[in-house]
Ligand binder design. Structure first.
Ligand code: DHB
Length: 394
């Protein structure tokens, strides 16, 4: 049986960044990924959020995978909130001393794959992990090759980075799963048209929440709050544009353009506790899911990677197992911080079905408009001051 120091399964942002950082430190890794490289890099089903915290941008830069991100991404100094017919600008530099970076997650995945392979890293695409054995002492990954053959890989440590529909999370014996679902979903579009404003607009209108984001000065990424039972067929293009404009009335305008992709995103929160067992660790969506409001998913995944990477290096460099035993405990602090913020943003901005809760929500929004400390709370969390911001040097 082949042996490797660290076996990672899942070539999303978390698995890939960890593999690349470990390789730079001389630790040998293999990444196994069920999908093809082409699917990961180009499938419209792989479009995810596009906002990087300051710390996430720095991590990508320091890992040597940020060249294209720095060239093609957009630096934003804040966001807009639209409510009660007005527009509130939150200046993140003034409120939290940091900016954010707009760059699609799928683009960053493409960039890390490219850099990692160029640097001699090993990613086995179309290799599906179907089982895990002996995770307490000497992990073995059971996987299926593209030819359908079942094979095994032995590792000193195994890392589950297989995303929100994770198989890995089932292998933490006695894990608690904390879960919540929300009574709405997002209908998202990617369209060839100028964004509504030069920065993102989070709009809370009487017709429901809408988000006006972007990928470039000519590519818009917009979302509408819809019912969780909603079907895409009910939304022809004219209806989408009309609704996007109605939820932004009196504030800004979106000009219709060719729609390149349309999707529905359900909204839920999930946390697996603990995030480790024996010589096995979970990172990213495999360990936790956040609702999309605030774009914390990938940023949170990068936090996990920063903690696990440090812990693995403490072991490989100094034989110190302490940080590895404390991985889950340390990671869960930033996990719950991101869960809190994603919940807070979601319930602040979406129209709620319960009339009493809806009135409370509107009071919360008005309070935010008048309270600098609340605005600072939002800004610090949005830029990741105490999450990824804690883990980058400089
Ligand atoms: C995007 C997605 C988000 O969930 C968010 O809060 C901001 C931006 C996006 O896809 O651009």
């Amino acid at each position: 049986m082949r042996r490797v120091q660290v076996a990672i399964f899942g070539a999303g942002p978390a698995g890939l960044l960890l593999a690349h950082l470990l390789r730079q430190a001389g630790v040998e890794t293999v990444v196994l990924e069920a999908k093809s490289r082409e699917y990961l890099e180009t499938s419209p089903h792989r479009i995810r959020a596009g906002v990087l915290e300051w710390g996430t941008k720095e991590m990508a830069k320091q890992a040597g995978v940020g060249e294209r991100m720095l060239r093609e991404g957009l630096e934003h100094g804040g966001i807009y909130l639209a409510f009660d017919g007005g527009l509130l600008h939150l200046d993140f530099r003034a409120l939290a001393g940091r900016s954010i970076w707009v760059y699609g997650q799928q683009y960053l995945v493409r960039d890390i794959i490219q850099r990692h392979l160029e640097a001699g890293g090993e990613i086995l695409f179309e290799h599906e992990v179907v089982g895990l054995e002996n995770l307490g002492e000497a992990p073995v990954l059971v996987f299926r090759t593209p030819q359908g053959k079942e094979e095994r890989l032995a590792a000193e440590f195994a890392v589950g980075a297989d995303g929100s529909h994770s198989l890995a999370r089932r292998y933490i014996p006695g894990a608690r799963i904390h879960q919540k679902t929300y009574p709405f979903a997002w209908l998202g579009i990617l369209a060839e048209t100028r964004p509504a404003a030069e920065e993102l607009i989070y709009a809370s209108s009487e017709r429901g929440f809408a988000l006006y984001s972007m990928r470039s000065p000519s590519l818009s990424r917009n979302y509408l709050q819809v019912s969780p039972e909603e079907r895409l067929e009910a939304w022809p293009e004219e209806r989408i544009w009309e609704e996007l404009n109605r939820r932004l009335e009196g504030v800004a305008e979106v000009r219709p353009g060719p729609i390149l992709e349309k999707s529905l995103t359900p909204m839920r929160s999930l946390v697996v506790e603990p995030m480790q067992y024996g010589r096995f660790f979970l990172v990213g969506d495999a360990a936790h899911v956040v609702p999309p409001t605030g774009a914390k998913g990938m940023n949170l995944a990068f936090c996990d990677v920063a903690v696990l990477h440090r812990a693995l290096l403490a072991y490989y460099r100094n034989g110190d197992t302490g940080p590895l035993t404390r991985y889950s405990q340390e990671a869960l602090r930033h996990v719950w911080q991101a869960e809190l913020f994603s919940y807070w943003m979601t319930t602040l901005l979406h129209t709620l079905p319960d009339p009493f809760e809806e009135e409370l929500r509107r009071a919360k929004l008005r309070h935010l408009g008048e309270s600098l400390p609340l605005q600072r709370f939002l800004a610090e969390n949005y830029v990741g001051l105490h999450t990824t911001g804690r883990y980058v040097e400089g």
